[in-house]
Ligand binder design. Sequence first.
Ligand code: SF4
Length: 274
Amino acid sequence: MKISTKPVIAIIGHKNSGKTLLIEKLVKELVKKGYKVASVKHIGRKGHGFDMPRKDTTKHLEAGANPVIAITEDQIITIKKTHIENPLETLWENIPEKINIVFLEGFSTWTLSNENIPKIICIRNKEDLKEYQEKAKNTLLFGSLKRIENEKILHIIEDFREILEKTISYIKNQEKLIEVYNLLPRLNCGKCRFKTCFNLAKAILDNKASKEECVVLTQKKGIKILIDGKEIPVTSFVEKIVKTTILSMLSTLKGVNIEDEQKAKLKIEVETSN
Ligand code: SF4
């Protein structure tokens, strides 16, 4: 699964548990503080479409136009007919670079047991609390529109400042984590004890590991690939294939004599700009 390189929080909960109200309040306050916020709402399963029955755009789409673009002087919506296996995998490509935090609403199928996505869970009663305590992984906090006797549950309106502080603290921490993650190859080759680059990044941030534990970063390289000056990390498998293929081709050229392929070093530089 792709890892978001943006801080992301899923706001989950049953219907009428206060999810949308909480997102509205968080977005308002964070935007006031200068954060750039994106939100993503999962609005239905296949065939449900958007909430625009009998609108002209829906008629265009039903007639076969793809995409259909609806535009005003200050808003634009692009509607595309497509097939999406996992909405979470697809949405990261649509989040602009400069966003500081992404809120997801209504993605519990994909986020509930995903340890990499922290959650604010809106609950209506103690039964909801029990249900989500059993199922959810990586819960930042529980919120509710009702005062429920449990020290773990914050009131969405009365304790909003505390919810906001916890959210900001998560964003700051996540930004540091992503900085560390970006220093790693992000190949998830599984060769270090942490199995994924993201897990190693977390351990580095907790002072439980160092970058040197990444096998890919520390391995002796027989190949260096630079694209626009940036080194692209490769696994030893890719290194072997690329090196063998290129050296075999080069060795057929006149005047080229490569005696020991193992010892040969290869540097490939690609410039994509003019
Ligand atoms: S060895 Fe490096 S590239 Fe492989 S999973 Fe660990 S951190 Fe990622």
